[in-house]
Design a protein around this ligand. Structure first.
Ligand SMILES: [Zn+2]
Length: 374
């Protein structure tokens, strides 16, 4: 299984799959081998996928026409036989518009290439206490449509909270309930709109451009706290699309009240906002204690899923003065004390090294995954 969906090669049409299914499957398979920066010849792709020469040739030629792939020169000569032309993902012809709803003081978006790399940035500054609205999102997309050089294959929106299809079911941070983003925007722009949970989007960047492997727990600590889980390269959605909603798990039933109605949610204990309020009047020694305690709280919240799912890799994204060595060490110690054993290998918790474009890049990848599934 790959994130781009293709499970296995389809040389022949089986009773169940239509020619369109076969084509889509093979397209996903070839794309996932080349993404993000691999180069293979048609012969390589045939060997790697088990597809026939004709099948590879057909799919590749269609993908070249479409702007997904490009030819990038000759493979080194391997002795006898003629050298093959190398193929790679084309980063020049197709664009994606990607928006990030997680920022405190602005609505941020980028026009990206097929690797999700931002080519142009755009933003709308939010006033004090102002929240993002559907109108602002439409305005920013309109602006970015004019900034794209290539054909826009899709629009992506990364939102905090519980996302189901194109609808943000619930976001405490944005104060949204059942906010349908995709229907009105798709109608207005005539392009497919993908909506993804912000932690899931960022995790895709960590998977392809960071250190993440096929299995990981990815945690975002910002004004809100969210997480995403990747198992065998498949993001876990959950029965109610709320998998990863770690911010609203209570770690202290007598703790501070949360807007969600519970007490002592992780978000009320260690969000960026909460910690900054405590840090502002603290001396150096107190600062270390505050972040040490916050790290322990995260370790506590993660110990169950880490042990339960047998996870070896936990990646934490957040501001470097909050998610620092003190914080990470404290979380690591808690995890070691609560999960390490002879049958559960040492889980490493680490700070995410991807930069501030992590969300728009990951959302662009989510758009691409959707585009290739059509
Ligand atoms: Zn809560």
């Amino acid at each position: 299984m790959s994130l781009f969906g293709a499970a296995s090669p389809s040389n022949n049409q089986s009773a169940k799959s239509s020619p369109a299914d076969v084509r889509r499957n093979n397209r996903q398979l070839i794309f996932s081998l080349l993404f993000p920066t691999n180069q293979y010849s048609r012969a390589d792709l045939g060997r790697l996928t088990g597809l026939s020469r004709v099948a590879v040739s057909d799919v590749v030629s269609q993908m070249l026409d479409e702007g997904l792939l490009r030819e990038t020169g000759q493979a080194p000569s391997g002795g006898k036989g003629k050298r093959g032309t190398l193929l790679s993902i084309d980063i020049d012809r197709l664009n994606i518009i990607s928006l990030d709803l997680t920022q405190d003081h602005m609505l941020h978006g980028a026009v990206t290439n097929l690797l999700g790399q931002a080519l142009r940035h755009a933003e709308i500054t939010l006033g004090a206490g102002e929240r993002v609205t559907l109108g602002m999102i439409g305005e920013l997309i309109e602006k970015m449509m004019g900034m794209a050089d290539g054909t826009v294959i899709g629009i992506g929106i990364a939102s905090p909270g519980v996302v189901d299809g194109g609808v943000v079911k619930r976001s405490t941070w944005l104060d949204w309930h059942d906010m349908d983003l995709s229907t009105p925007l798709q109608e207005r722009f005539g392009i497919n709109v993908t909506v993804t949970n912000d932690a899931t989007a960022a995790m895709l960047t960590e998977r392809f451009f960071g250190q993440g492997d096929r299995n990981m727990i990815f945690v975002r600590i910002e004004s809100g706290i969210g997480s995403a889980i990747l198992i065998n390269d498949t993001p876990v959605k959950g029965e109610m699309h709320a998998a990863g909603e770690i911010g609203h798990i209570s770690i202290d039933l007598n703790g501070p009240e949360c807007p969600c109605g519970k007490h002592g949610c992780l978000e009320t204990m260690i969000s960026d906002h909460v910690l900054r309020k405590q840090l502002i009047h603290a001396d150096e020694q107190q600062k270390i204690q505050i972040l040490d305690r916050a790290g322990q709280h995260l370790g506590q919240a993660l110990s169950m899923p880490v042990g339960l799912l047998d996870m070896a890799d936990v990646c934490v994204y957040g501001q470097p003065d909050i998610v620092n060595a003190t914080f990470i060490d404290a979380a690591q110690q808690y995890l070691d004390a609560s999960t390490s054993s002879t049958f559960h290998k040492h889980t490493v918790i680490r700070r995410c090294e991807c930069g501030s474009d992590i969300t728009v890049q990951g959302e662009a990848i989510a758009v691409l995954v959707h585009y290739l599934s059509q």
